[in-house]
Design a protein. Structure first.
Length: 322
């Protein structure tokens, strides 16, 4: 197993002959599949097997995580042979790491855009109701004058609900358009108004359909996003452990493969001891620390001193001196 002693050596021995650099990244031509989309499609079956128990912590920033992994990738791949030589290491973690990062980015983007911007369905429904009332009123007046067969009006129920209102508005517009040769010039309606009413009905029906299907699409896309992100984070975690083992003595493992968690303290390697030949080796001297004296001991000290210096009973100071 080869353990390089400095990061320059790592980059010189890098097994990835085409590292990711700003100079060699070019946009995909229009119509050509992007690298992120291709990675997503390559790994989708693997992503969908990730269980909820393997989802990444919710406090991780998706964008920052993906950028960190992609940024660390060149130096990680330089250690690939050493990583793969470690016993019981899952080779897919390092060999698929770039794909996992790009697939997670694609899944995140698809989840963010899965919620198709919907029309203001309430405002659209309000306009459709107003138009329906107008067309019904004019059609009823024309039927009373015998210009429209009144039997054709019996199928209209005036039901509420987005889809019901939309479809019925379309039906009113179609009926009046069919009768246009007989009613033209005998009603305040215009052909442009009928076309507009038909369009509003169609938009309301479409908006109602999107509204019903959107939650399913959004939930599915969000679930795949969590699976893809979990796959990336778990693979990177395994790679970081391998890098940490290989680079432990050098102490630069957190520089090569940074932590994904903001604020994590990096291990700082101890500085090397440099000994100059012939120079005396000076041992470090600990700074003396004054003992901590309890307050009771301090207050008792004068009394003890007084007892020790007071002559015993019956013994004079003169005899003591003799």
């Amino acid at each position: 197993m080869t353990i390089y002693n400095d990061r320059d050596t790592i980059m010189d021995n890098q097994t990835n002959t085409n590292p990711i650099t700003p100079g060699n990244i070019s946009p995909s031509p229009a119509g050509e599949q992007s690298a992120f989309t291709a990675a997503y499609e390559r790994r989708l079956s693997e992503i969908q097997k990730v269980p909820e128990s393997a989802f990444a912590p919710t406090n991780l920033d998706v964008h920052a995580t993906i950028a960190t992994v992609l940024g660390a990738l060149p130096e990680i791949l330089a250690l690939k042979s050493g990583i793969l030589a470690l016993p019981d290491f899952d080779s897919a973690a390092v060999e698929g790491l770039e794909d996992y990062a790009m697939a997670a980015a694609e899944a995140n983007s698809r989840s963010a855009t899965s919620a198709t911007p919907q029309e203001d369905i309430v405002a659209l429904n309000s306009e459709a109701l107003s138009l329906r009332d107008t067309l019904r009123s004019d059609a009823s007046a024309l039927a009373k004058r015998g210009l429209i067969d009144s039997a054709r009006l019996s199928s209209f129920k005036g039901l509420v609900g987005y889809k019901n209102v939309g479809f019925e508005l379309m039906d009113w517009a179609n009926l009046l358009r069919d009768c246009w040769p007989q009613i033209q010039g005998k009603t305040a309606l215009t052909s442009d108004e009928l076309a507009h009413a038909k369009q509003i009905g169609e938009r309301l029906v479409r908006a109602a359909g999107v509204r019903e299907q959107a939650p399913v699409t959004e939930v599915e896309a969000a679930h795949i996003r969590q699976q893809a992100f979990g796959l990336l984070v778990n693979a990177y975690d395994q790679v970081r452990r391998a890098v940490g083992f290989l680079r432990w003595n050098i102490g630069d493992e957190d520089t090569i493969a940074p932590s994904l968690y903001a604020g994590r303290t990096r291990r700082t390697p101890a500085p090397p001891v440099v000994v100059t030949p012939g120079a005396p080796v000076v041992a470090s001297v600990a700074t003396p620390v004054a003992p901590v004296v309890a307050p009771e001991a301090v207050s008792a000290a004068p009394a003890a001193h007084a007892i020790a210096t007071t002559p015993a009973a019956g013994v004079s100071s003169t005899s003591h001196m003799n």
